[in-house]
Design a protein around this ligand. Structure first.
Ligand SMILES: *Cc1c(COP(=O)(O)O)cnc(C)c1O
Length: 464
């Protein structure tokens, strides 16, 4: 407090912007970010100090003002989007960015991101081509569909299909499928926005073939099936199967749109999970269009994938809304690389979400034990407990995979969890039964060392 005045107007003791920025503690920050940003940060720090002095507080020291400037610069330039270590055990965690991409998908993105590409250019003909060709052949080969289209996300895919095929016309859907997906995405709202007329049939728990038969007329544009991806109905329930809907619709020349939500190209029951609807099965059952997400169980980039009959996909592709929902070059690059993993039958090994689903319990136990060992060496009382991972992403509700988690007990668990969230990289775990749990299933093995460092730092922070 050497520069704090004994008497008089304390504001006068605040340094000028130039004097503040000459402080050696700011040299590196100014070199990295330029003087203009530093001047703005210094002005803001000084304004703040002036206001505090006016409120009766003591004048800050030069070093604390410099620290304030550095902090402001750091906050501004760090951005708002950071990597997070997902130790929640929720594999497709929508809030944490859903699917991590495979190494091949990341390098494919990188290969097109920094330069030009043949995104919409036919290199053979030397003229304009179509961006929609890039993922189409792979999607068709994997699903058995005639044609395919990738748009920005699956909500967009459903919206595009309804708008292009059913604007102003009735679309028939079972009451049991008028679902809310999350983030306010509700099927009835999307239908209304698209201009389709919603014709609900059946009841919440039971819808029969005769309900559809009674509702279909010559105006009907589509029958819509929506997978109730994020909830389960049990008890006195029945739905009309896709095959039956197809039979009913096709007899009258009406197409069926099947929104699978997640959709899967691999059979989830092979991993001890309930079966999630497979895209190939919907195509084989005769659905005219099938929509699913790129970043749920496909494990790729954010996208909405539409596969089905060439004539209908063509109408979607040429609708003006398709332009508003189009995907960019890096998405297409990542999508192709992801789809290729399935064609090569290496998805379980190469696509991170499948690798996580397929990780054997012993491997998880070994990792959790290794983490605990590292922490115990530092005097942190970590243990390993049995816990459950989930698939997440609004798929397979109620389904769990057995796991082994690192467990930390602390008198201030919320404080410890917060300290972990505030580190960089941030770590997000889960509190259950009075313990902070960190599930190795969703932690990418290459971040293990970083995770241990973050845990030690947060533990020590709490001891202060
Ligand atoms: C998740 C989901 C959507 C939305 O997909 P996004 O890719 O998140 O836009 C639509 N329908 C169903 C059934 C879903 O589960």
């Amino acid at each position: 407090m050497a520069d704090e005045p004994a008497t008089g107007d304390k504001r006068r003791t605040l340094p000028s912007v130039d004097r503040l920025l000459a402080h050696p503690a700011l040299r590196a920050a100014i070199a990295a970010n330029g003087r203009e940003l530093a001047v703005n940060a210094a002005r803001a720090a000084l304004d703040d100090a002036r206001a505090r002095i006016q409120a009766g507080q003591a004048s800050p020291t030069l070093i604390s003002l410099a620290a304030d400037v550095a902090q402001r610069l750091e906050e501004l330039t760090a951005g708002t989007l950071y990597p997070v270590i997902n130790a929640t055990g929720v594999i497709i965690h929508t809030n944490l960015g859903r699917a991590p991409l495979s190494a091949a998908a990341r390098s494919a993105m990188d290969a097109v991101a920094g330069g030009y590409s043949n995104l919409e250019y036919d290199l053979e003909a030397g003229e304009r081509g179509s961006r929609y060709l890039h993922a189409e052949r792979l999607l068709c080969q994997l699903t058995g569909a005639e044609a395919a289209l990738a748009v920005n996300n699956n909500a967009g895919a459903v919206f595009l299909a309804l708008t292009a095929l059913a604007q102003g016309r009735p679309v028939v859907i079972s009451r049991g499928q008028l679902v809310e997906i999350g983030g306010g995405f509700r099927i009835p709202d999307v239908m209304r926005q698209s201009g389709a007329r919603l014709i609900e049939v059946g009841t919440t728990n039971r819808t029969h073939r005769r309900d559809f038969e009674a509702a279909i007329n010559e105006e009907t544009a589509l029958l819509l099936r929506v997978h109730s991806s994020n909830f389960k109905q049990i008890g006195f329930v029945s739905e009309v199967s896709l095959a039956e809907m197809v039979e009913l619709a096709h007899a009258r020349g009406i197409p069926v749109l099947d929104d699978l939500g997640s959709g899967s190209l691999l059979d989830t029951s092979r991993f001890g999970l309930a079966p999630e609807p497979m895209v190939q099965a919907s195509v084989a059952a005769g659905a005219d269009l099938v929509t699913f997400s790129g970043d749920k169980l496909l494990g790729g980039p954010q996208a909405g994938l539409i596969v089905g009959r060439a004539e209908l996909v063509g109408r979607l592709r040429h609708h003006p809304l398709a332009r508003a929902l189009r995907v960019d070059k890096s998405t297409l690059a990542a999508l192709q690389a992801t789809l290729l993993h399935y064609l090569r039958r290496e998805a379980e090994r190469e696509v991170p979400i499948w690798r996580m689903i397929a990780t054997p319990l012993q491997a998880l136990e070994a990792r959790a034990a290794a983490w605990a060992g590292r922490l115990q060496e530092q005097g942190i009382p970590a243990t390993v407990v049995a816990a459950s991972s989930t698939v997440g992403g609004g798929s397979l509700p109620g389904e769990t995979l057995p796991t082994r988690a690192l467990a930390l007990a602390h008198q201030n668990l919320d404080g410890l969890a917060k300290a972990l969230r505030q580190g960089r990289p941030a770590v997000v775990g889960r509190i259950a039964d009075g313990l902070l749990l960190l599930d190795p299933r969703t932690v990418l093995p290459e971040t293990d060392a970083t995770l241990i460092q973050a845990l030690i730092a947060a533990w020590q922070h709490m001891a202060k």
